[in-house]
Design a protein around this ligand. Structure first.
Ligand SMILES: [Zn+2]
Length: 332
């Protein structure tokens, strides 16, 4: 399915399409307990909807990728009974699709261009905030102050580093969406994020653009992923709207936290999955989805039945218990 095809079809709803879901790991290291929970959630949701489940290797951020981690992740998934229904794709091999999308954003009509080149470094952005008298950001990215917007004088003779995408201001910049577990969500893109990078200063594609292009190109109807990515959704919805691509349904699942209460991640040293007893490892991941907070598998019991079920049986019983709070087919 090509982007051009979608454009011709002018569909903005996935409700009539057959279910297609995906798990999209970054090969920055092996899967850990938290990433297995996300993989299982997307797989269970796909199976419960008798849909197709894909794996996409999100390796656009090449400096962060670990050689061989992609194949190891596929091996870990297979050991846990999770085999994609179609061959996996690698984002690093899909640059032409992202370039085509950027070209379309650049060519869009508007009072001002939607995509524009930006020459600002991180320090430039911090200085612009200082000059404007804004308090120092507590953490994370600073909202882009619009320095290189064409109506503000563009690059001011500096060399372009990155491409940014304009976000609508004020009322139009508030994006609303429905999450199948969290319900109604909204974010004011202009005050929360600002014009965001779609092609980075180092020439790499930004995560937001790659995800949106791939989900559309792969016909993904349902995005099931960790709650830490929920606040990326409005940027992706903005991109979908500008590119005239269909909007998937979203289900954000709770994060698995370590003993210190922080999200389990490769960055804070989460251990690779223990595959000496995969059934036990999968059972532990299912227990994380069956908590009352998650609310995704009411009635699932973590008690270990005797004898221990085979992986196929365990997964089949999990599919039968899978009840995301709202059914994907019931919405819209
Ligand atoms: Zn700039």
């Amino acid at each position: 399915m090509s982007l051009a095809l979608h454009e011709a079809g002018r569909t903005d709803s996935v409700s009539t399409l057959p279910y297609r879901g995906r798990f999209a790991p970054s090969p920055t290291g092996p899967l850990h307990a938290g990433s297995l929970v996300a993989a299982l959630a997307s797989w269970l949701d796909a199976r419960a909807h008798r849909g197709t489940w894909l794996v996409r290797i999100e390796d656009v951020d090449t400096p962060r990728c670990v050689p061989g981690a992609d194949e190891f992740i596929l091996h870990q998934l297979a050991a846990c009974g999770l085999t994609p229904d179609e061959p996996p794709v690698w984002q690093s091999r899909r640059g032409h699709l992202y370039q085509a999308a950027l070209d379309r954003l650049i060519a869009l009509d508007g009072v001002h261009p939607w995509a524009y080149p930006c020459a600002c470094t991180r320090a430039d952005i911090a200085r612009a905030h200082e000059r404007a008298g804004h308090p120092k950001a507590r953490h994370g990215e600073l909202v882009y102050p619009g320095t290189c917007r064409p109506e503000n004088g563009g690059l001011h003779g500096r060399e372009a580093r990155a491409w940014r995408l304009r976000v609508p201001q004020g009322e139009a910049g508030v994006l609303h969406w429905h999450d199948r577990r969290l319900g109604h969500q909204e974010q004011a893109l202009d005050t929360a994020v600002g014009d965001f990078v779609v092609k980075r200063a180092d020439g790499l594609w930004a995560y937001q653009l790659a995800v949106v292009v791939d989900d559309a190109e792969q016909g993904i109807t349902d995005v099931v992923r960790g709650e830490d990515l929920a606040d990326n959704t409005p940027r992706q919805l903005h991109l979908l709207r500008l590119l005239n691509l269909p909007k998937p349904r979203y289900l954000h699942i709770p994060l698995v936290r370590g003993a210190n209460g922080e999200k389990l991640s490769k960055q804070n040293g989460a251990e690779p999955l223990d595959l000496t007893d995969p059934v036990r490892t999968v059972r532990a991941a299912l227990a994380a989805l069956a908590t009352p907070e998650a609310g995704l598998m009411p009635g699932w019991t973590a008690d270990e039945p005797q004898p221990t079920p085979a992986m196929g049986e365990l997964l089949a019983s999990a599919v039968a218990s899978w009840r995301p709070s709202a059914s994907a087919s019931a919405r819209r």
